[in-house]
Design a protein around this ligand. Structure first.
Ligand code: GKR
Ligand code: MG
Length: 448
């Protein structure tokens, strides 16, 4: 089926009107062992605007894998995790280890599944927790000992980008929906590749969603232009909003030090991954004495011991998909609290199940006090695979969903459509460099 923005909006509206919220009355199943009988993995592709990062330009779709975990009680738990064919294969392999197990015993297969792929475990654990929540009438955050907060703060995630109806990008053969020019464009943000345009975008993010914290995705334009952008944002908000800048390790040590010195002149919350590797990050941190954060040089538990010695960071940006599930994220929280690191959440493109999961992560991790990253504002309204509208963001915060388990419901029609898109578009792994080369044929991820 071919869709464009208006169709997505219409479908979302009718799904919302037809949504029936069923109470958590699962008394009959309460005594069930909640044995996992079947697991369905559905790879999907959702529309993605041309956002720019050190990796290049986002392609026409981003990929995710959706988990439906069936139990003998008739309860189905849902999960979402990273996308791409390799992940689908890992999930297919992992599901063989969980069928026949009790959903409440999700930690009993954690090591075996994490050894295949932490992101596969994260998707399956989430689906187990959703099933357990539905079986007991408890929200996920309640199952995991919370909530410590009902409202979780997120940051504005600001990307330089091309207009959604850039003619070269619209000619991409992988596009299988009816997006086009003008009001048929995926979105109306237009091109944002200058400090002035970024200030306008930041202002609109603040007005539309109330974000208090602003993160600039850097590693795209020449570093001095990115510095000018951050400074213009700081001036625009009169130095009152905390700022972050993330070049995704596309800067040399010399550039990171040169730009880093200027960062002292703005309301900087932290300097995120300007350079690659713990040693180089530590050099930047020791020279500049700025707070440094990462989702690149400390991304798994085995990276912690060397980070304690080398001291490259002050902040870990965890991701429950990469660290091996929400329960692993809670453990990460305790480690960060113990060693004196602050904790935030990293994000890649995701749909509403992950969005809800990230809110629950915030609700069950006391030490998670920084505003989390999320790509969710970039998800086209009506394109999500959950029932109803995209989850609301107000005053930069999102509320823990009210229903049992994760608290959001899978919309089967939208899921089928997103799977059909995955089958037709031919994209099987993220490849931002390929899209970037459509615009700049000799583009390479060289260092600045
Ligand atoms: O979506 O282009 C992007 C981001 O750059 C993402 O891939 C990064 O993983 O958000 C991430 C980050 O904070 O480094
Ligand atoms: Mg980052």
């Amino acid at each position: 089926m071919q869709m464009h923005r208006r169709d997505w909006l219409r479908l979302a509206a009718s799904a919302a009107m037809g949504a029936v919220s069923s109470p958590a009355g699962f008394a009959a199943e309460k005594n069930s062992a909640l044995t996992i009988t079947r697991v369905k993995i559905t790879p999907i592709a959702l529309p993605d605007p041309p956002l720019l990062a050190a990796s290049g330009c986002h392609g026409p779709y981003f990929l995710r894998n959706i988990v439906e975990l069936h139990t003998d009680a008739g309860i189905v738990g849902i999960g979402e995790t990273k996308g791409g064919q390799r992940r689908t294969e890992a999930l297919e392999k992992a599901k063989k280890l969980v069928i026949g197990q009790n959903a409440f015993a999700y930690r009993s297969f954690a090591n075996a599944v994490t050894a295949i792929d932490p992101a596969a475990y994260a998707g399956l654990e989430l689906a187990c927790l959703d099933a357990c929540g539905k079986a007991t009438g408890r929200r996920l955050c309640e199952l995991l000992g919370g909530p410590v907060r009902e409202s979780v703060e997120f940051a504005a995630y600001l990307f330089y980008r091309y207009a959604a109806d850039h003619p070269t990008l619209l000619a991409d053969k992988r596009i299988v929906d009816q997006r086009g020019k003008g009001d048929r464009a995926l979105d109306d943000w237009g091109e944002v590749r200058s400090p002035e345009a970024m200030v306008k975008m930041a202002d609109r993010f603040r007005k539309q969603w109330g974000f208090r914290v602003m993160k600039l995705k850097a590693g795209v334009l020449p570093p001095d232009v990115e510095w000018e952008t951050l400074k213009a944002m700081n001036d625009h908000f009169k130095g009152q909003l905390p700022l972050r800048i993330d070049p995704n390790a596309r800067w040399t040590l010399a550039t990171a030090l040169r730009i880093g010195k200027k960062l002292r002149n703005v309301n900087l919350e932290y300097y995120e991954d300007p350079v690659r590797g713990q040693e180089t990050m530590a050099q930047v941190r020791k020279t500049l004495r700025l707070p440094m954060s990462t989702n690149m040089c400390v991304t798994r538990f085995s990276h912690v011991p060397s980070a304690l010695k080398i001291e490259p960071i002050d902040v870990v940006l965890g991701d429950h998909h990469g660290w091996g599930g929400i329960t692993a994220f809670q453990e990460l929280g305790r480690i960060c609290q113990t060693v004196g690191w602050k904790l935030g959440q990293h994000s890649n493109n995701h749909a509403g199940i992950t969005m809800a999961a990230m809110i629950h992560v915030g609700a069950v991790t006391p030490h998670l006090t920084l505003a989390s990253d999320t790509h969710y504002p970039w998800l086209i309204q009506g394109a999500d695979i959950i029932e109803g509208d995209n989850l609301p963001i107000k005053d930069g915060h999102m509320q823990v969903p009210k229903g049992a388990g994760i608290g959001v419901k899978l919309d089967k029609e939208k899921l089928a459509r997103a799977h059909e898109t995955y089958q037709k578009c031919g994209m099987r792994e993220r490849d931002d460099a390929r899209t970037m080369r459509m615009l700049v044929p000799d583009w390479k991820r060289t260092l600045y």
